[in-house]
Design a protein around this ligand. Structure first.
Ligand code: RNT
Ligand code: ZN
Length: 423
């Protein structure tokens, strides 16, 4: 697709949108500035770079596939991220898990990590203009093998994980300060049981107490935002999950924290997008883990599904772009890992563009007048607007490949990486 054709198509599309009261220039400048947090763990199948070598056993999350080319070192992961970023329009952040520190071949246990282990990530992020987000890693560790961490019945195990998360918050605040942009520290724990539990109250009381201790250390909101991620069930926690949605909702509200909504962590018929307009009444912000669950919390690569579309429309309709932190969360080892990042991040941003291009004035007018027919008609008509031409132009202006040009770039990189890494 030539530059001239892309520009011509954009001008026509812009005029078409103007007819329905949508300013495409304004939409594009907003789209450019909204950061999407890229999850580092898609690059290496959630393994991390600790010396002991992590296994996900007992963690309730599962990576499947054996596509060649997994990143085996920080250098390889950065190289893959750079490739992905070169194909992605708009601003990004990098979302790190604690197990991705630079430990220099030493055994640094989770309760011993400190900011120095993440210094090189801060430098790399600065070089690429990325903000940083962070996550405690309360899984893939012998002390998590029982399926319990912060709510473990043994206080020594609880203490270990409390220390880990406290350190993670310190590291997050360090990253936020260093990058001049608040770091979102998200806490997800696998705690729960496969079968029916009779001490739900005790486990939740233990979690509550652990969280109180963890959050007792204050960090300025400008440096650190604390988020809590609930789950409905996991492998090995089918019957009981300590950190349920209600638990964190109540905890976060009284403690001044925010909650993380992962698209794969609710009943399949439950609408996650509908929760936004409620949460935004009571909380400063919301963290989104944009994911795609297929029958369960399978963490498939994100596509522009109806669900993602509806979620982004709600973010825009709630005028909450400043308060909603958009992060990706999926892991798929059946295909090019760089390709998976690019599909997911482009799909998320394309869904956001579609939301920003919604003929809002027409819709509001119809709704305000009680004209439910016109509202529905406009919702349908908006689907036929030429969004693809606006997206192509956005890619052009962002100096990333237009249309399908990025597919062959990924394939070429993938072949090179596979040849190098899996000999
Ligand atoms: C697990 C949660 C969590 C993880 C990452 C690796 O069910 O979704 O966000 O995917 O922390
Ligand atoms: Zn998640």
């Amino acid at each position: 697709m030539s530059t001239a054709r892309t520009e011509r198509a954009y001008q026509e599309a812009k005029a078409r949108y103007a007819e329905v009261g949508v300013d495409t220039e304004a939409a594009l400048s907003t789209l450019e500035s909204v950061p999407i947090s890229l999850h580092c763990w898609q690059g290496d199948d959630v393994r991390g770079f600790e010396r002991a070598g992590a296994s996900l056993a007992g963690s309730g999350i599962q990576v499947t596939g054996s596509h060649p080319g997994r990143a085996r070192s920080i250098a390889e992961l950065r190289c893959d991220l750079e490739k992905a970023l070169s194909l992605l329009p708009g601003q990004h952040r990098l979302n790190l898990h604690a197990m991705y520190g630079e430990f220099g071949g030493r055994d640094v246990d989770r309760d011993e990590i400190s900011p120095e282990h993440y210094q090189s990530w801060v430098e790399w992020a600065a070089e690429h203009g990325l903000g940083l987000d962070f996550n405690a890693t309360c899984f893939a560790h012998p002390k998590a093998d029982s399926g319990f961490t912060l709510s473990h019945r043994d206080s020594a195990v609880r203490r270990f994980w409390i220390e880990h998360v406290k350190r993670c918050r310190e590291i997050g605040a360090f990253m936020g300060q260093a990058r001049g942009s608040a770091c979102v520290h998200n806490l997800w724990i696998p705690d729960g049981s496969k079968d029916i539990s009779v001490d739900r109250f005790e486990r939740r009381a233990a979690l509550r107490e652990a969280l109180d201790e963890i959050y007792a250390v204050p960090y300025g909101q400008g440096n650190l935002v604390d988020a809590l991620e609930s789950k409905l069930f996991g492998i090995g926690s089918e019957s009981f999950v300590v950190g349920s949605h209600e638990f964190y909702l109540a905890y976060a509200l009284q403690a001044g924290k925010i909650v993380c909504l992962d698209l794969g962590h609710f009943h399949p018929t439950e609408s996650v997008s509908d929760k936004l307009s409620t949460l935004l009444q009571f909380f400063d912000g919301v963290l989104l883990h944009v994911s795609r669950g297929v029958r369960w919390d399978s963490d498939h690569v994100v596509m522009t599904t109806d669900e993602v579309g509806e979620l982004m429309r709600e973010v825009v309709r709630c005028r909450a772009l400043e308060r909603v932190h958009i992060a990706l969360d999926f892991f798929d080892a059946t295909m090019s890992r760089v390709g998976a990042w690019v599909i997911g991040a482009r799909a998320t941003r394309a869904a956001l563009l579609a939301a920003l291009l919604e003929p809002m004035d027409r819709l509001k007018e119809a709704e305000g007048a009680g004209d439910v027919f016109a509202r529905l008609a406009w919702l349908e008509e908006s689907k036929a607007l030429p969004m693809g031409d606006i997206w192509d132009y956005f890619c052009l202006k962002s100096s990333v490949p237009i249309r399908d040009d990025w597919i062959s770039e990924v394939q070429q990189y993938d072949r090179m990486v596979a040849a190098e890494r899996d000999r």
